[in-house]
Design a protein around this ligand. Structure first.
Ligand SMILES: Nc1ncnc2c1ncn2[C@@H]1O[C@H](COP(=O)(O)OP(=O)(O)OP(=O)(O)O)[C@@H](O)[C@H]1O
Length: 235
């Protein structure tokens, strides 16, 4: 399985958000690092087929982003995913399962599986408005995983997770990345240090670094600061 991002660019009025990015992703966990406004969300939305690039193509084994067949194998967690506070977690996942075309006969089992996986057991019958920020984040991850995606795109997934939830998240993502492509963005260096096998860095719309965790050396934070020429704590 190979996701080819070929010379992709996107401009908003006079702002080039994504500037001629080419990438070749195979199964594994990719951590996309970049300061606010670097273009991470725009690139991810293009990869998910939500935004059309001005130039360039995204293809997975020949299927173009945006095609139905491509969407079926895609899971996406946006920074702010839309949920209905009055729904219970289970109702929300059942609703998402229906939207994603999962047959009713398997939907309930799949939703319960996701609830278990994301550590939300015991909360599934409670209204989402009673969930903590971390629980809502985990529900977002559950909805992204519900169709067993081969490509999982997570925009700032670790925001709001406490240390225990981060450990669980890391394990979940490592498992998902064994056979599938996982791309997650963050501006917190230590998050990708522990989660990702491969590190990508974006600055002003361009890909300025691509390498394995081994290649980044032991001090990713230092490398990041060098690349960005910024003071620590840019978040
Ligand atoms: N719909 C839009 N219209 C106009 N400008 C936009 C739009 N979306 C993004 N931009 C601009 O494109 C640039 C890249 O934004 P993007 O959200 O992709 O960055 P990011 O790296 O995800 O940042 P953050 O970490 O803050 O989410 C920014 O300058 C942003 O203001």
């Amino acid at each position: 399985m190979e996701l080819l991002i070929n010379r992709v660019s996107k401009q908003f009025r006079n702002k080039i958000a994504v500037d001629n990015i080419s990438l070749n992703l195979t199964p594994g966990v990719y951590g996309l690092l970049g300061a606010n406004g670097a273009g991470k969300t725009t690139l991810m939305r293009i990869i998910c087929g939500i935004l059309t690039p001005d130039r360039g193509t995204i293809t997975l084994d020949g299927k173009e982003a945006g095609e139905e067949e491509y969407r079926e194998i895609l899971g996406y967690l946006p920074q702010d995913f839309g949920y209905y506070p009055e729904f219970t977690g289970m109702d929300f996942l059942m609703y998402l399962a229906a939207l994603k075309g999962i047959p009713k006969s398997t939907a309930k089992k799949r939703c319960l599986e996701m609830i278990e996986l994301t550590g939300l057991k015991g909360m599934e019958k409670k209204k989402i408005k009673t969930y903590s920020g971390g629980m809502i984040r985990r529900l977002g991850i559950a909805q992204a995983l519900i169709n067993r995606p081969r490509i999982l795109v997570l925009d700032e997934p670790t925001a709001g997770l406490d240390p225990k939830e981060r450990v669980r998240f890391r394990e979940m993502i490592a498992r998902q990345g064994e056979n599938n492509i996982v791309l997650l963005s963050t501006h917190i260096v230590s998050d990708v240090e522990q989660i990702a096998d491969k590190i990508l860095m974006m600055k002003e719309g361009q890909l300025i670094f691509e390498g394995t965790r081994q290649e980044t050396g032991s001090d990713l934070e230092k490398l990041y600061l060098e690349k960005f020429g910024e003071v620590k704590g840019c978040e």
